[in-house]
Design a protein. Sequence first.
Length: 144
Amino acid sequence: MSGPRRSEVRTEVTFDELKEHIDTIEETYEFFLAYAAQGVSGSGTGISGELSRYLSRADQALIAFEGGIGDAAEGQDAEAVAAMDQVLQRDASNTRAALRLVMAQPSISSQLIDNLNASIHFRALLTDLFLIDEALKASLTSSG
């Protein structure tokens, strides 16, 4: 079997939606870095509204990534996009599992957020997103 055909590439997320979701994950990562530096003990402090908002926004972006990059990669090599799409979906799913574990806690310490940020799943996802973002920018530049 030679690989996925163009018709097998998912078409759920547009380019603008993809950019928005990438921005959300990057902003969340940066917020998590600042939160980790605060030294919050997590003992009975509950979850701040701001942390809760970032966690929820990241969760929604990860759900979108689990659905694939689809329309955002229109005009790209279908086989290459399909392969990277599978990697992104896997990494988004793994990152979401870690995020959901954190979200399930009654209070969240700086150390817990620091561990989430340092997880290989979150790092892999960020790298995927940087790669995809740059590849799509390069494609737009060369076609525009």
